[in-house]
Design a protein around this ligand. Structure first.
Ligand code: SF4
Length: 484
């Protein structure tokens, strides 16, 4: 598919993004996804338990009912999906999960005591792995335990979400999850095509997935989200067209379309994918263009990165009102909440710090046995980090940046502090990705898909790493995925 899908002058109300093949081909490069700034690869082992305690003290000093986000990581899966790049443990031995829960509950208790009396959870997210690897009873007990140690905002105000693998739940279980307190659900679908499912070792009959979506709606979940992936083995425009048609017919509130990044040097399971089965870079772009067109036509709004939502969904409303936020779970509607994460490898963000838990079960259990939070590494943000974080955050969430608001909040003159960055932004302006005037940097509909490129201009660590690599004559870092 050559050229562009749609044109800025003719954009329908809901078409907030424009696909420009030539521009994407020219500018797509490896880069971070900015679920945090600085990115997690900048965390260091000098940051420890004491630094975390200090950050929590700062947060609790801000007074009662400070909004909190909670993230709970359940690392287990029953079988391996070959495309997977998550931190997970594939096992059919259920006793492993029972043992993990003993330690997870102790970590939750430690965190609850630390934040006692000064928190109100407005957001909860269960991710993995497969959170629904836990049995219904285990999940019920875990939710009760969370409520024992944290104050939760009422259901109507809080955003309580869970990632669900439709292969692991029944419609009855979905109703039970709603009763246990979840009000948002996100379903991993990836692709409905049988050949694609076989090639990635994830057989998931369409009828079962649709039954789970229907059950979520009947159970009263406020938002149903579906995750798809483009770029998987055996995928082509036809399979993508069919999958999109079925997904749109199922009518979810949000749809995420992730780019499959084939990085077998980093993720072992991907070595089981036959490279010959992967669609070409050209076909991948065509598939993305198709997704954008179909979703725009169906009335979904482009939120940013990989996310689309109905105009009535909270994400779209928050974006319109400038309240959208971005954290490790993607976009969220709760600005300013500290994030406390429990479980192996989970990342917390408290005040001006990030911290990450240890990555293996043995290390995790060992720390908890010693009554110590299992923090492995992290980072304290300095003023420059905070400034760049807010800029990246605003660009990613609102696609615009008020220069005056930055100068009001920070003791800088934007044009001189970011003189080098502005030169690079001018080049992107020439390419049509954004416009710059005295008061605003505004991302164009064409620039939205390449928002990571724009944010990378403000990433000081990336710039210094790239300069060092250029001195060495080395190529771009391989730990990041392509921006498109
Ligand atoms: S994609 Fe999800 S279900 Fe599949 S192995 Fe990875 S974490 Fe587990």
């Amino acid at each position: 598919m050559e050229g562009t899908v749609g044109s800025a002058a003719l954009l329908p109300v809901t078409q907030t993004v424009e696909f420009d093949t030539a521009l994407i081909r020219k500018l797509s490069q490896l880069g971070p996804r900015y679920t945090s700034y600085p990115t997690a690869d900048r965390f260091n082992a000098e940051f420890g338990y004491r630094d975390y305690l200090q950050a929590v003290t700062g947060a609790t000093a801000r007074g009662n009912m400070h909004p909190l986000s909670l993230y709970i990581h359940i690392p287990f899966c029953e079988s391996i999906c070959y495309y997977c790049g998550c931190n997970k443990i594939v096992t059919k031995d259920r006793s492993k999960a029972a043992n993990y829960l003993i330690y997870l509950k102790r970590e939750i208790e430690m965190q609850g005591k630390l934040l006692a009396g000064a928190n109100q959870v407005e957001q909860l997210h269960f991710g993995g792995g497969t959170p629904t690897y836990l049995s219904d009873a285990q999940m019920g007990e875990l939710m009760q335990h969370l409520r024992r140690w944290f104050n939760f905002a009422p259901d109507a105000e809080g955003e309580y979400s869970i990632e669900v693998d439709p292969r692991t739940v029944t419609p009855e279980r979905v109703h039970s999850l709603r009763r246990q307190g979840f009000n948002r659900i996100s379903l991993g679908v990836q692709d409905f095509d049988a050949e694609v499912q076989k090639a990635v070792n994830r057989i998931q009959p369409e009828s079962e997935t649709v039954a789970i979506i229907d059950a979520a709606r009947a159970a009263g979940f406020r938002s149903v989200s579906v995750d798809l992936i483009y770029g998987l083995p055996k995928q082509n425009l036809q399979t993508m067209e069919q999958t999109l048609e079925k997904v749109i017919a199922a009518d979810p509130d949000r749809i995420a379309i992730y780019n499959y990044a084939h990085m077998p040097h980093l993720f072992k399971p991907q070595r089981r994918i036959a490279e010959a089965d992967l669609p070409s870079a050209e076909t991948k772009l065509d598939m993305l263009a198709l997704c954008i067109k179909r979703l725009n036509d169906a009335g979904y709004i482009y939120i940013g990165m990989d996310h689309f939502a109905k105009p009535t969904d909270d994400l779209a409303i928050a974006q319109r009102q400038g309240r959208l936020h971005r954290n490790f779970q993607g976009y969220s509607t709760h600005v300013g909440a500290d994030l406390v994460s429990c479980g192996v490898s989970a990342i917390s963000a408290i005040g001006a710090t990030y911290s990450q838990n240890v990555k293996t079960l043995d290390e995790y259990y060992e720390h908890i046995e010693q009554n110590e939070l299992p923090i492995a590494r992290g980072i304290k943000l300095n003023m420059d980090d905070l400034l760049r974080r807010i800029i990246i955050q605003m660009l990613m969430c609102n696609f615009e940046l008020s220069i005056a608001s930055i100068e009001l909040a920070y003791p800088i003159t934007f044009n001189s502090y970011f003189a080098t960055e502005l030169l690079k932004l001018r080049e992107l302006e020439q390419s049509g990705l954004l416009t710059i005037d005295e008061e605003w940097i505004t991302v164009t509909p064409k620039g939205r898909l390449l928002i990571r490129n724009i944010c990378m201009v403000f990433d000081r660590y990336l710039a210094s790493a790239q300069a060092a690599k250029a001195d060495d004559g080395a190529t771009q870092p391989l730990r990041y995925s392509k921006t498109i």
